[in-house]
Design a protein around this ligand. Structure first.
Ligand code: CTP
Length: 388
């Protein structure tokens, strides 16, 4: 329908970017980016009207989003971009599809498929993107790409890790050059942290981290961020623990990328944690996860000594799921105790309340808390029948 409408308006319409790349790789990608050789916003308006969709227009960017019941279409006019300075927002002006594809980062992302009915499904490939996809090569489209937008260095690492691709020789040289010229320094802390997070959320965080190490990028996050054999082992361990947690029958909900972050920072002192959290404006949830690593050794020692269920319970009580999993990253021999906590102890509740004690004629007071805790301890250790 969109293709027919484009024909009616006399525009060429294409689907571009990640969707096309992943289609050729037979991977699912639901990011639908359309570009119009013509008036993108006008096209989006008419399309939204015809298909009864919701429309959001971003005039500053010359883009629009059409929200249909089950799909969202990002629509833009094909354009040329100019970056007035490194890491700035680009200035844009309309251009041809070829120019629009050329402004992008890598050849594998500069593919389009035409959607007009007469040429429906035709691949538009000016820069040998298909060949690079088949060869497994990340190939920058133009020499200034990384100066314009240094976040593309992180994109290069993400795609290389995700698909197991290599850098084209010249591209590798440009990546090194952009890093040597400190382009990354131009990114705001928020953007920088966002790129780290994005890489850690992608399909192969371990390989992404190795690329950060190989190209000496960790230092932009913190001077204290060192890499060594211990870290290498711990990161592999994170992969293993995530696999372990996902295979568990009981559905464990956790945020895997946080485990990688905790591992990267696990040797930090209190001051370093503070500095890092402040620099990247981390929310309290993230900060508290990172802080746990300061106490992790003590928790592990206590957990190792814990024999009774109640001792396991009171060692782990209050820890968040990522923190529990991080214990296993550090010491896999504790799986049984962590499983016991997750599967049984965490759910133990006592049915006695303060009110029950008052009803027995006792005066309320701070000792109630102690009594309730003792009841719970007895229940955890199987000293009271847990059947209702
Ligand atoms: N793009 C770019 N430079 C960037 C970001 C994006 O050239 N810094 C271009 C690429 O052509 C990319 C398209 O914009 O294919 C869409 O970007 P986005 O949706 O962010 O990325 P995807 O390529 O779809 O990657 P992912 O699968 O990680 O979402």
């Amino acid at each position: 329908k969109a293709g027919r409408l484009a024909d009616e308006l006399g525009y060429n319409l294409y689907i571009v970017g990640g969707f096309v790349r992943d289609l050729l790789l037979e991977r699912i990608n639901l990011d639908l980016d359309l570009v119009v050789e013509g008036e993108g916003i006008e096209f989006a308006k008419t399309l939204a009207h015809k298909l009864n969709g919701d429309l959001d227009i971003y005039r500053d960017f010359g883009t629009a989003v059409v929200d249909l019941d089950n799909v969202k279409l990002d629509i833009a006019t094909t354009r040329i971009e100019y970056y007035p300075y490194t890491a700035s927002l680009p200035e844009v002006e309309p251009g041809s599809i070829q120019q629009d594809l050329f402004r992008r980062d890598f050849t594998i992302n500069a593919l389009a498929i035409q959607l007009n009915p007469t040429a429906f499904g035709q691949l538009v490939d000016y820069f040998n993107g298909k060949k690079d996809l088949e060869a497994g090569v990340i190939h920058l489209l133009h020499n200034f790409s990384l100066y314009d937008d240094p976040t593309r260095i992180f994109r290069a690492f993400r795609f290389a890790s995700r698909y197991g691709y290599q850098f084209y020789e010249e591209t590798e040289r440009l990546i090194k050059q952009a890093i040597d010229l400190d382009t990354i320094e131009k990114l705001s802390p928020n953007r920088l942290f966002g790129k780290l997070k994005h890489g850690l959320q992608d399909e192969n965080p371990t390989s992404f981290i190795r690329l950060l190490v190989k190209y000496d990028i960790l230092v932009y996050f913190s001077d204290s961020l060192v890499w060594n054999q211990v870290k290498e082992k711990l990161v592999k361990q994170v992969d293993k623990i995530i696999g372990w947690a996902m295979k568990k029958e009981q559905n464990i909900e956790f945020t895997p990328w946080i485990l990688y972050l905790m591992t990267l920072l696990e040797h930090f002192t209190k001051e370093e944690v503070e500095k890092f959290s402040k620099k990247f404006n981390l929310n309290s949830q993230l900060k508290s996860r990172i802080k746990t690593s300061l106490e992790i050794e003590q928790i592990i020692t206590k957990l190792k000594q814990a024999e009774r269920n109640s001792e396991v319970y009171y060692t782990l009580e209050g820890l968040k799921i990522e923190e529990l999993l991080f214990i296993l990253v550090k010491d896999f021999s504790l799986t049984e105790k962590i499983s016991l906590f997750l599967e049984e102890l965490k759910e133990v509740e006592i049915k006695v309340s303060g009110k029950d004690i008052i009803d027995l004629g006792y005066q309320p007071g701070p000792y109630f808390k102690q009594i309730l805790k003792e009841v719970k301890r007895a229940k955890l250790d199987g000293k009271i029948d847990s059947t209702p």
